[in-house]
Design a protein around this ligand. Sequence first.
Ligand code: ARG
Length: 466
Amino acid sequence: MSDKKTSNQMWGGRFASGPAAIMEAINASISFDRKLYAQDIKGSIAHSEMLAQTGIISAADQEKIAHGLNTILKEIEAGTFEFSTRLEDIHMNIEARLADLIGPAAGRLHTARSRNDQVAVDLRLWVKDECFRVAEALKGLIKALLERAEEHAATVMPGFTHMQAAQPVTFGHHCMAYVEMFSRDLSRVRDAIERMDESPLGAAALAGTSFPIDRHQTAKALGFREPMRNSLDSVSDRDFALEFLALAAICATHLSRLAEEIIIWSTPQFGFVRLSDSFSTGSSIMPQKKNPDAAELVRGKTGRVTGHLVGLLTVMKGMPLTYGKDMQEDKESAFDAAETLDLMLAAMTGMVSDMTINAAAMKKAAGSGHATATDLADWLVRTLGLPFREAHHVTGRAVALAEDKKVGLEKLSLEDLQSINPGITADIFSVLAVQNSVKSRTSFGGTAPSEVRKQIRAWKKRLAKA
Ligand code: ARG
């Protein structure tokens, strides 16, 4: 058996026609980079206008080019454009069609340009647009959380550390913690937009061009602040995509933590919230069940978004300057992360707005587990002047006594408490009730409803300006 025959048999199936078919399949990106069609056409029109204005091509050719490109835009949007894998990518598909439509003038469009700066500008435009979409979606989610926080600024729930009830907090305060996180995500999006707001177009293949192009003009026409300053960097940088993936992964992680809490809160054992039917499903076999599928999927999809970040970081880490075909792998991760994050944000906003809060269950849980033990210790320090360590010790004995008597700390009698420390007075009961405990935590950023409401007001103002 000859080697050739063996390998041909091994190719088999899809690749039966041999190396050409394999090469086409591994090389082509049209199946996914067609998503960039609008950016590609926009970039080409801006480039052609600049070429005409600088006298590099004639105004007549430019008109033909722009007209042809607009026709192609309509064809793609109407679904009548025929994409070809043989033509590899979106850039060559559009250019080939332009030649069909307008003839030789089409060949002038690629003057002083390369697919290297072309693809860099297309993807930047796309990622920048997506960042604006994410910013809007984040604002929607923050708004939904602010509304729930306002409603429940005084709704007491247990605050946890190690998933053990630690001290009572309010549900509004808990919502506001996420407002802080998602607001930082929003500021990360804004920062990323700031940095990616530079145009790589005009870097040509890698070294710039000898044609008298005007990169400031194309940068402006495409809505960038300015052109990138180094042609090598322009075609080889993908950190704008990495930054998007990084902010997406962090945001997804925040969403996942909230999703996880919603999953826990909606168990019958907790019963803190009830998800609306729109965001949960029944079981096909166990009629009593209501599963938090949307929350679980938000939690699950986080792995996917983070995977895309790690994937592209890994692609880029070994890349010498400037362009290498490896970089074609940047798109699917960016596209899928974007689509996934958009969906996660929409689902979370829906869940947050629609879920029913069971304030009674939260309050009951907040009162169990001697959650006001720290308040008792603080009272001993404040009122009796005990050193905190000693107060901690006294409180420990009070908790042990409550455990013995199988009651909550606040149900111990004054005599019981005085048997541990005779200085204790009836005033102690004012801090042992969860509502009072919460009310007393008025330190800046603390859980007191008055403080939570202050933060809500401040965020509402900030958001209106954002
Ligand atoms: N489809 C390619 C990509 O996405 C376009 C750039 C091709 N450049 C090249 N020198 N082969 O990266």
